[in-house]
Design a protein around this ligand. Structure first.
Ligand code: BV8
Ligand code: ZN
Length: 258
């Protein structure tokens, strides 16, 4: 496990005086909750699939049961996972910094279950499936889906209204992000004085444009990631390590008594 890097004093000071902090999270922030990230080798039988080949409208049209089975497996894993110290540290920041805009690329609900009240999901969520035909929302039964072993195909339910297949409520590659969430995220990137991206390879667009907006404005930018990314030399502070270790260290360093 990568240890806690020394948090630069200048970053501690910056966070103490931050007025508007934007935090953008990716799959790495849920990794310590046991959820596979997008580009790490998918665990279980999903190793033989590239997620980018499953997270597309074409994949669903070609094999709806395979794609629905993948999302049901992920929904089951997310429902059985718990928020980790990174989610909780972000929640603490929301209580301390005057204004925090939390934006996530993740489709799990771990930020919400850590207590974050306003979470901007750029790529949708596992909890809001809808009809691929008439677009009506579909409501899951309350219990956690049984444990489809990874890789099992599961036929998607049919819409009670029009009979079309129900699809996951996520934004697939080639699909547009929700305009309202994107506008909020982009506006925040243009107004904030501190911008942090946590646990993301920053490879997916347009989400990856957000940190680039902040870098372009010359505001304080922080990357917290367990591996390097294309942003390493572009951000002001590049902290290498696990989000569940680095984020709490950063928050405690800035606000030791909070
Ligand atoms: C669109 C939901 C157009 C589904 C996802 C330029 C501009 C616009 C579009 C494009 C463009 N260039 C290319 C595109 C097309 C495409 C794209 O970006 N492709 C990529 C592959 C190059 N973008 C799109 O298609 C977007 N739509 O542009 O539409 C349009 C416009 C108008 C009208 C119609 C259409 C939509 C993209 C959204 C796709 N959906 N998710 C699902 O989840 O199944 S994206 C998917 O990738 C996830 O959301 C994921 O979160 C996201 C990004 O990945 P990361 O979160 O960064 O995860 P990853 O595994 O990559 O990295 C994790 C990092 O964490 C790693 O670096 C790892 O080292 C680190 N880590 C691991 N453990 C830890 C850790 N760090 C800290 N602590 C740890 N413990
Ligand atoms: Zn329908």
């Amino acid at each position: 496990m990568v240890g806690t890097p020394k948090i630069p004093d200048q970053l501690i000071e910056t966070l103490r005086t931050a007025r508007h902090l934007v935090v953008v999270t990716g799959a790495g922030v849920s990794a310590e909750s046991g959820l596979p990230t997008f580009r790490d080798k998918q665990t279980g039988l999903w190793e033989r699939f590239n997620p980018e080949d499953l997270a597309t409208p074409g994949a669903f049209d070609r094999d709806p049961a395979l794609v629905w089975g993948w999302y049901e497996w992920r929904r089951m894993k997310a429902a059985r996972a718990l928020p980790n110290a990174a989610h909780l540290a972000i929640r603490r920041l929301e209580e301390i910094v005057p204004r925090v805009t939390l934006v996530t690329q993740n489709v799990d609900d771990l930020h919400e279950r850590a207590g974050s009240r306003v979470v901007h999901h750029l790529h949708g969520t596992l909890k809001n499936p809808f009809c691929s035909g008439c677009k009506r929302p579909f409501h899951f039964s309350p219990e956690i889906p049984d444990d489809p072993e990874a890789g099992r195909s599961v036929d998607p339910p049919r819409c009670a209204h029009c009979g079309a297949r129900i699809r996951p409520g996520v934004v697939w590659f080639g699909e547009e992000m929700p305009q309202r969430e994107w506008n909020i995220a982009e506006q925040a990137a243009l107004e904030c004085d501190v911008f942090a991206c946590v646990g993301t390879s920053s490879l997916v667009y347009p989400a990856a444009l957000l940190i680039q907006r902040a870098i372009g404005r010359g505001v304080v930018t922080v990357q917290i990631n367990s591996t390097g990314t294309d942003l390493d030399k572009l951000v002001m502070f590049d902290l290498r390590g696990s989000a569940g270790i680095v984020l709490p260290a950063l928050v405690t360093g800035a606000y030791p008594d909070r």
